[in-house]
Structures are given as structure tokens and as C-alpha cells.
Design a protein around this ligand. Structure first.
Ligand code: FAD
Length: 317
């Protein structure tokens, strides 16, 4: 079922969902199930599964280093199918522009369609680790808007090189990313919102936001998005802060601000066990306020460990 159908069926009730990352290559899917299992009691209508960009690794060979491009966490679509099969839950594979040609994207979407996956999250992807800026893949898309258009074309039977008239066309519900504190490359929040509007006009059905720690940013973002004519559901993405190093990493990687009260509370912690608790408490307060404001879903970034998400959900759902 589509994410938007789940929202319609909820009739204004706030739903719980979360995002997971595939395990590192060679690890067991059971580890992933062990983290998903405790969250299923909160009845998520859908689970997002991220896709990682490819990166360079250096392999030693006869005393020399061989540079190879590899994806460390493959398996997004396979994991989505496995979760749908095991838990009877809808899944949302993240589909990236970066690292994929348009043909490869088409094959991936065809796989999703055959597997009964009704939703995809269309993203540009970040720059590769060793690159400062995003470089489009040869034969791939430059921006998420183009990817949304490709998915919409497929929904109407227009493949890249063929047109298919069929009742069995894909009918993907498409999610896209939004940034309450603007995307790091955008010159202003207004310019970024214009780009978001382009994604919605191209056929995106809903928006999931980047993490934020100050709800005022989210409320302002939604207000400005509505003023700009973006009418689709906007789902807040919430990440509980978990380790002291997040105070440096999160602003650096995601270009977001952290409220001073949160920084002070984390600074006062003696160890990361205490930091994890501060992160949980902060996310509970954020979630309560967002729920009262009537957000359609509270969507949590689990990063592979679910104990803190469970502690938050227990207070909310
Ligand atoms: P776009 O919408 O293409 O925007 C990228 C930038 O280009 C923005 O600054 C925008 O303002 C600008 N822009 C857009 N169109 C144009 C245009 N026509 N001309 C000029 N400028 C333009 N990354 C992963 O690698 N894997 C994941 O699984 C993943 N999941 C995510 C989930 C969520 C909910 C979010 C919020 C982000 C996720 N990301 C993921 C990160 C995302 O890939 C990066 O933030 C990326 O840098 C931008 O992706 P986008 O889809 O927002 O890009």
C-alpha cells in the first residue's frame, strides 16, 4: 500500500515509522531483524531503507594498493522485500541519482514493482566521500527532480526506450527530501523551497525532512512550504542524539544547528550512556509537540540501533 494511503486511512492520527540502514557487506540480516523486531509493536505502516553511495577502498595487492569503487552497504531492495515478507509491512527503498545510470535505475524500479514495493524515496544522494561536490554519474540524473520524472514516466508506462500500454504499470508513491534548515548547497531556504516545489510539481507525493532539533524550524518550514503552494504531506524526520561526538558531527555533516539547551545538557553528561538518555528525552519532547501539532507521521532515524527509538515510541504510541 502507498504511504499516502496509510496517511489517508489514519484520518489525522499521527503514525510511527522509522528508517534503517542496510548492514555492512558480509554481515547477517538477522542483526537487522534484531533491531526491527522491538519496533514492530508500534505498528509502523512503512519502514524506509537507505541506499549508500559507492566509495573508494584501497586493496593491498603484491605490496601495492589497488583503488576500487565499491558499495559497502548494498542490498536495499532485497532488505525491503525481506521486511515486507517477514513482517507484512510496507517498505520504502531509497533510490539515488548518484552512482546509478538511468538504465540501472529503471531495472531497480522494475525489481521493486515485481516485488510488490509500492513506495520509493527519490533522492539525489550526497557527494562521494572523497569529493567536495556532488558529481552526477555518467548517464545518470543531476537532481532528484529528474529522478521523480523518470519514476512518474514509468508509472505511466513510459520506460526509457519503450512505451508499454498495460494495466500492470508500476504505480509508485514517491517521497522526496526536504530541509527545514535548507540544503547545505542551497543559497537560501526560499531557493531550496522552490526546488522542493519543482520535485512536488514533477510528481512527488510526500516530503520527509532532514533531522532537526528545534521544532520551530520545522513549523516555519511547513508554513513557508504551504505559502509556496506545496500541499503534499510533510513528515518530520527525528534523530535522537546518541553520543557526545554528535555535537560536532551532526552540524558538520548535515549543516544543522543544535539548540544551546541541548548542547549544555550533553556537555554536562559524564559518559555516552547519559548522552543517549538526554537524546531520548529531547526526542520525546520534540515528538510530543509535533504530535500535538498534528503531524501525519513521526519518522525516526534509527541508524541500526533501536533501543532509543523504542524508549521514545513507548512514550508516544
Ligand atoms: P535535490 O532535491 O536534487 O537537491 C540538491 C541540491 O540542489 C539542493 O541544494 C537544491 O536546492 C538544489 N537543486 C535542486 N534542483 C536544482 C536545479 N534544477 N538547479 C540548481 N539547483 C538545484 N543520501 C543517501 O546517500 N542515501 C539515502 O538513503 C539518503 N536518504 C535520505 C533521506 C532523507 C529523508 C533525507 C532528508 C536525506 C537523505 N539522503 C540520503 C541525503 C540526500 O541524498 C542529500 O541531502 C543530498 O545532498 C540531496 O538530496 P536531494 O534529494 O534533496 O537533492
Amino acid at each position: 500500500m502507498k504511504v499516502t494511503e496509510h496517511l489517508d486511512n489514519a484520518k489525522g492520527k499521527t503514525l510511527f515509522s522509522f528508517e534503517i540502514i542496510p548492514p555492512v557487506k558480509g554481515r547477517n540480516i538477522q542483526e537487522l531483524y534484531n533491531n526491527v523486531d522491538p519496533l514492530m509493536e508500534f505498528k509502523p505502516p512503512f519502514i524506509d531503507v537507505t541506499t549508500s553511495r559507492e566509495e573508494y577502498v584501497y586493496l593491498e595487492k603484491n605490496g601495492l594498493f589497488d583503488k576500487k569503487l565499491t558499495r559497502m552497504r548494498p542490498g536495499t531492495v532485497g532488505i525491503c522485500a525481506a521486511l515486507q515478507h517477514k513482517y507484512g509491512v510496507d517498505t520504502v527503498p531509497h533510490v539515488l541519482c548518484g552512482g546509478f545510470t538511468k538504465e540501472e535505475t529503471e531495472y531497480l524500479l522494475v525489481d521493486c514493482h515485481y516485488l510488490g514495493i509500492d513506495n520509493v524515496m527519490a533522492l539525489r544522494g550526497d557527494a562521494r566521500k572523497e569529493e567536495q561536490y556532488f558529481n552526477p554519474t555518467l548517464g545518470g540524473h543531476c537532481y532528484a527532480t529528474e529522478l521523480v520524472k523518470q519514476i512518474q514516466n514509468l508509472n505511466s508506462g513510459s520506460y526509457l526506450h519503450e512505451t508499454v500500454e498495460s494495466d500492470n504499470c508500476a504505480n509508485f508513491c514517491i517521497g522526496v527530501a526536504g530541509y527545514p534548515e535548507k540544503h547545505m548547497e542551497a543559497p537560501s531556504l526560499k531557493s531550496d523551497l522552490k526546488r522542493l516545489k519543482e520535485k512536488v510539481d514533477a510528481g512527488a507525493d510526500y516530503v520527509v525532512t532532514q533531522m532537526f532539533f528545534d521544532n520551530k524550524r520545522f513549523f516555519k518550514f511547513v508554513e513557508e512550504a504551504r505559502e509556496m503552494g506545496i500541499q503534499v504531506p510533510i513528515i518530520p524526520g527525528i534523530k535522537p542524539l546518541a553520543v557526545k561526538r554528535h555535537l560536532q558531527i551532526l552540524p558538520q555533516v548535515f549543516k544543522i544547528d543544535l539548540p544551546q539547551d541541548l548542547i549544555d545538557a550533553v556537555d554536562a553528561c559524564a559518559n555516552n550512556v547519559a548522552v543517549r538518555q538526554v537524546g531520548i528525552e529531547w526526542a520525546i519532547q520534540q515528538s510530543k509537540e509535533l504530535k500535538e501539532a498534528g503531524v501525519p507521521v513521526l519518522h525516526y532515524y534509527s541508524m541500526g540501533k533501536s533501543d532509543n527509538i523504542k524508549a521514545i515510541a513507548e512514550k508516544l504510541f
